[in-house]
Design a protein around this ligand. Structure first.
Ligand code: AMP
Length: 283
């Protein structure tokens, strides 16, 4: 695997491959890699000639300094994992390399997608995401970029970014990878205390129960039901549960037949904030 820390060097390397008509699949990450990340890289390998991964903990998408400072960094094991799946290129830039002196975000209008859910609770988060993804796309110029549905709102926002700026890249959303007990894989899971780790599968269990009840209860009653389950839980604190239209991400007041819905959740397990979501069936 080739490893680059400089924008100009990776650009030069990739442009030679593009001249050779090689297709490029790109997976942006913040490192502390797990099987969820690897599933995206394996997909990129399968579908494209060259798989490029970036590891960059992007400061402008964090509204919480402690979360940024304590974000897990496991560079050596990340490199070993990337080699185990035959990743071709790793881009591992410094903050200075990406932002120079100006560590700030561009402001984006994602047609309202950015004001829902994560956007309501993480100030400036999607401006930070938009800034870094657009910058990385300009450096790597991939044919296709792969994103996990674990961050479903982010996936929709990146599709919007590509549409609005006419970026020449295809965006593919991929399934959520889970631990055996159902907890969605996340780099932040390694920061959970033993007690919180043992409690955390409750999040997905509750999502699955909510999915079963969807249709029989109104979205509002189902939301109240989920809120009640978390009030009873001694270790987990619900930040939000929302049933939203997959396209607009607007909270659903009533269920319409020709729309697709998804339930979204954010929960604090101690200081660690976990998110998850599940697709709902209309019937
Ligand atoms: P992150 O390193 O958390 O920024 O994630 C990098 C990419 O991996 C994003 O597209 C995430 O949505 C995706 N990802 C993170 N966790 C999972 C998971 N459990 N299953 C599938 N994709 C994931």
């Amino acid at each position: 695997m080739k490893i680059f820390t400089s924008k100009s060097e990776i650009k030069e390397f990739l442009s030679a491959l593009k001249m050779d008509k090689k297709s490029i699949g790109f997976v942006p990450t913040m490192g502390a890699l797990h099987q969820g990340h690897l599933s995206l890289i394996k997909r990129a390998k399968k579908k494209k000639d060259i798989a490029v991964v970036s590891i960059f903990v992007n400061p402008t998408q964090f509204d919480n300094k402690e979360d940024l400072d304590k974000y897990p960094k496991t560079y050596e094991s990340d490199v070993a994992l990337l080699e185990s799946v035959d990743c071709d290129v790793l881009f591992f830039p410094s903050v200075e390399e990406i932002y120079a002196e100006n560590v700030t975000s561009e402001e984006f209008d994602f047609d309202g997608l950015e004001h829902q859910m994560e956007g309501r609770f993480r100030d400036g988060h999607f401006d930070g995401v938009g800034t870094i993804v657009k910058t990385l796309f300009e450096i790597v110029e991939p044919d296709t970029a792969y994103f996990g549905k674990k961050d479903f709102q982010q996936l929709q926002i990146i599709k919007k970014l590509v549409e609005k700026y006419n970026l020449p890249v295809k965006i593919k959303g991929r399934p959520i990878f889970r631990e055996d007990d159902g907890l969605a894989m996340s780099s932040r899971n390694t920061r959970l205390t033993k007690e919180h780790r043992e409690s955390a599968p409750f999040i997905y269990k509750t999502l699955k129960k909510a999915k079963k009840k969807f249709g029989a209860k109104s979205p509002e009653d189902l939301t109240k039901w989920v809120e009640k389950q978390f009030k009873k839980h001694p270790l987990l604190e619900l930040e939000y549960f929302t049933i939203a239209d997959e396209e607009t991400l607007q909270t659903a007041k009533e269920i319409k037949e020709n729309k697709q819905y998804r339930a979204f959740i954010a929960v604090f397990a101690g200081d660690i904030r976990l998110i998850d979501n599940i697709r709902l069936k209309n019937n």
